[in-house]
Design a protein around this ligand. Structure first.
Ligand SMILES: [Zn+2]
Length: 221
C-alpha cells in the first residue's frame, strides 16, 4: 500500500507528459481560410487545419466572414497547436489555442463554423455540438440564414457526388441520405433517397438524429 500511491502518481505524470509533449507553439503567419492557418514553427511554415470544425468555403456566404473571424482571433499571435491527426493532404489537424482560448470552439460559438460531424470524434465534440446548437438558435453568424448548406455538402455538390463521396466517407459506405430542406432522412431503398435536396450523407442513424434530422415516415430508417 505504501508504494501504491507513488505508482499511480508516476503513471499520471507519464500519461500527462505523453499527451502534452506533442503540442507545440508557433506564430500565426497566414490565414488560408476560416479553418486553415499557417503557423511558423522552428523556422518552417506549418499548415494547420482546425480539428473537428468546418467553416464555409470562400465562395459560400459567410466564408469571408469566417476567415475574418479567424484572422481577428489568431493573426500574428503566438498559438499553441495540439495536433490530433494528419489529413489526406498531409496537413496537421489540431486544436489551436490563443492565450488559452480555443479557436476551434470559438468559431463554433460565434456561428462561423459547423462541427465537422464526420471527423469530430473526441470526447469534447458533444459539447461543441451543443455550442453549435445554441449558436443556431441564436441566429449567430451563418445561422442567420434559414437553410445554410454545410461546407462538406457544398464541396460535394461542386466536385460531383460520385468523385468525392468515397473520400468524404472514408470508405465507410453511405447508409442514409438527409434532405437538407425538410430535415428528413431516408434509407437507400426509399424512393426519396436521391431526391434533389437529399444530399446530406449519414453513416448511422444516431448522427442523423443528432444533426436534427427526422426519420422518414415511409422508409422508417
Ligand atoms: Zn424515406
Amino acid at each position: 500500500m505504501k508504494y501504491f500511491r507513488p505508482t499511480i502518481l508516476l503513471t499520471f505524470i507519464i500519461l500527462l507528459s505523453c499527451s502534452v509533449s506533442h503540442a507545440w507553439t508557433g506564430k500565426v503567419v497566414g490565414i488560408s481560410d476560416g479553418d486553415t492557418i499557417k503557423v511558423l514553427h522552428e523556422g518552417k511554415q506549418v499548415k494547420v487545419r482546425l480539428y473537428g470544425v468546418d467553416t464555409p468555403e470562400k465562395a459560400q456566404s459567410f466564408g469571408q466572414k469566417a476567415k475574418k473571424f479567424t484572422a481577428n482571433f489568431a493573426a500574428n499571435k503566438i498559438v499553441d497547436v495540439e495536433p490530433i491527426d494528419i489529413d489526406r493532404y498531409g496537413r496537421t489537424v489540431g486544436l489551436v489555442n490563443v492565450y488559452g482560448k480555443s479557436l476551434n470552439k470559438e468559431l463554433v460559438r460565434a456561428g462561423y463554423a459547423w462541427v465537422y460531424r464526420q471527423y469530430c470524434k473526441e470526447s469534447f465534440c458533444s459539447e461543441w455540438l451543443k455550442i453549435e446548437d445554441i449558436a443556431r438558435k441564436a441566429n449567430a453568424g451563418l445561422w442567420i440564414e434559414p437553410n445554410p448548406m454545410p461546407p462538406w455538402e457544398w464541396r460535394k455538390a461542386k466536385n460531383g457526388a460520385s468523385k468525392s463521396t468515397p473520400a468524404l466517407l472514408g470508405g465507410q459506405g453511405m447508409t442514409y441520405h438527409g434532405n437538407i430542406s425538410s430535415h428528413v432522412f431516408h434509407r437507400p431503398s426509399c424512393k426519396q433517397y436521391d431526391c434533389k435536396n437529399c444530399i446530406h450523407p449519414f453513416t448511422n442513424r444516431n448522427d442523423a438524429i443528432q444533426a436534427g434530422y427526422k426519420p422518414c415516415g415511409i422508409c422508417k430508417p
